[in-house]
Design a protein around this ligand. Structure first.
Ligand SMILES: NC(=O)c1ccc[n+]([C@@H]2O[C@H](COP(=O)([O-])OP(=O)(O)OC[C@H]3O[C@@H](n4cnc5c(N)ncnc54)[C@H](OP(=O)(O)O)[C@@H]3O)[C@@H](O)[C@H]2O)c1
Length: 232
């Protein structure tokens, strides 16, 4: 039996996804999550237990997401809150130095992964005419810096995709692009190096972000948002 709201989170094995999962569980909600690391997913299954549910899924694979969605929708029903959080960043490099393979991996995860999840979970939410879809953007979805062009390109695309989606949803639902702020995670350490340590931890961030996410509703549809206290 689901408790509280049903929250679907991609990328729960570390960073913001893991911190949100822990905080939603702590607040009495039911979390269904995914990530690629089977080892971390197994640990989460053991620690959180039922009704929470975690699966090894690569969001860049439409087939894997399709199978996952069918399992989740049959077991838990449509999510109340869908958090498209999973993403990767390119290793710092000028655009002409980024290999075709790395560029594709960033696009396949950050942009096509979001579309894959919406393709397979969206119809059940639309049928029910309720629910909020939050697509994780970035400060780099609204501004740019050198050496992160592939990442910036996908996050600007997430902003556009989300605006367009918000114009397609039935009234009662919402799609928002969310800039989480700057938080000390593995991703931040990749681009900021040692200075990442001066930013808040994912756990500190989740204390503010989770209540904010729980309050989102239809009136927020199409609004590009930033987690309060984490504005640029
Ligand atoms: N940290 C920041 O300061 C910051 C700033 C702006 C925006 N953001 C955004 O916030 C979100 C979370 O970032 P983070 O800092 O927490 O990153 P992170 O620490 O690197 O964690 C990323 C998570 O996504 C998962 N993931 C990556 N590729 C995946 C795939 N193909 N399929 C399924 N899961 C995948 C990873 O797990 P596996 O490796 O196990 O798959 C991991 O759990 C991202 O959308 C990021 O762009 C973060």
């Amino acid at each position: 039996m689901a408790r509280g709201k049903l929250i679907l989170i991609t990328g729960v094995t570390r960073g913001l996804g893991r911190a949100m999962s822990d905080e939603f569980v702590r607040q009495g909600h039911t979390v269904v999550g995914c990530g690629r690391s089977s080892k971390e997913i197994e640990k989460l299954r053991k620690v959180a237990g039922a009704p929470h549910d975690y699966y090894p899924v690569d969001v860049s694979s439409d087939d894997e997401v399709k199978t996952w969605a069918s399992l989740v929708l049959n077991t838990h029903g449509a999510p109340d809150l869908l958090l498209n959080n999973a993403a990767i960043i390119n290793a710092n490099a000028r655009l002409w130095e980024v290999s075709s393979r790395e560029f594709s991996e960033v696009v396949d995860t950050n942009l096509k992964g979001v579309a894959n999840v919406i393709r397979h979970f969206g119809p059940a939410m639309v049928k029910r005419k309720t629910g909020v879809i939050v697509n994780f953007s970035s400060g780099w979805g609204r501004s740019t810096d050198a050496e992160v062009a592939p990442y910036c390109a996908t996050k600007w695309a997430v902003e556009g995709l989300t605006q367009s989606l918000s114009q397609e949803l039935p009234s009662g639902m919402a799609a928002v692009a969310l800039n989480p702020g700057i938080i000390n995670t593995e991703m931040l350490r990749s681009s900021f190096g040692a200075s990442a340590a001066s930013y808040p931890s994912p756990e500190e961030w989740a204390h503010v972000a989770v209540p904010f996410l729980l309050k989102l509703d239809a009136k927020d549809n199409g609004r590009p948002l930033t987690v309060p206290g984490h504005e640029p």
